[in-house]
Design a protein around this ligand. Structure first.
Ligand code: FES
Length: 110
C-alpha cells in the first residue's frame, strides 16, 4: 500500500492508503485527516499541493490542473483531487500560494 506523507499547517500527516486512492475522496469520508480541499472536481484550487517526492508515480497533470494552476504545474504543483495515488508520495500544502486564473472576458460581438 502506498505511503502518503502530507505537510500541512506545520505538521506532518503520514498514512498508508489503498492503491489508486484519491486523497480528497478519503478526506471527504474522514479517512485522511487535515487535507485541505473544496469542490473535489478541479475547480476551486483549495486542494493545491506541491509534490516533494514521488512525482514519477503520478499521472502527468491533466487539463484541469493545467488550466487552474498554469505555470505552477512546472514547479510540482498539483490539484490533490486530481491525483491517483499508486506509490509512496510526499506532498505539502504549507506555503502554497496560487490564485484562481482570471476569467477571460467575453469578446464583443459586432
Ligand atoms: S478540491 Fe477543488 S480543485 Fe481540488
Amino acid at each position: 500500500m502506498p505511503n502518503v506523507k502530507l505537510h500541512v499547517d506545520g505538521t506532518i500527516v503520514e498514512q498508508e492508503v489503498k492503491d489508486n486512492a484519491n486523497l480528497v475522496v478519503l478526506a471527504g469520508t474522514r479517512q485522511f485527516p487535515k487535507l485541505k480541499y473544496g469542490c473535489g472536481m478541479g475547480r476551486c484550487i483549495k486542494c493545491t499541493c506541491q509534490v516533494l517526492s514521488g512525482a514519477e508515480s503520478l499521472d502527468p497533470p491533466n487539463w484541469k490542473e493545467e488550466k487552474m494552476l498554469g505555470e505552477k504545474v512546472n514547479e510540482g504543483y498539483r490539484l490533490t483531487c486530481q491525483l491517483t495515488i499508486r506509490d509512496d508520495v510526499e506532498i505539502t500544502q504549507d506555503n502554497i500560494s496560487v490564485s484562481l486564473p482570471k476569467k477571460r472576458s467575453a469578446t464583443a460581438v459586432k
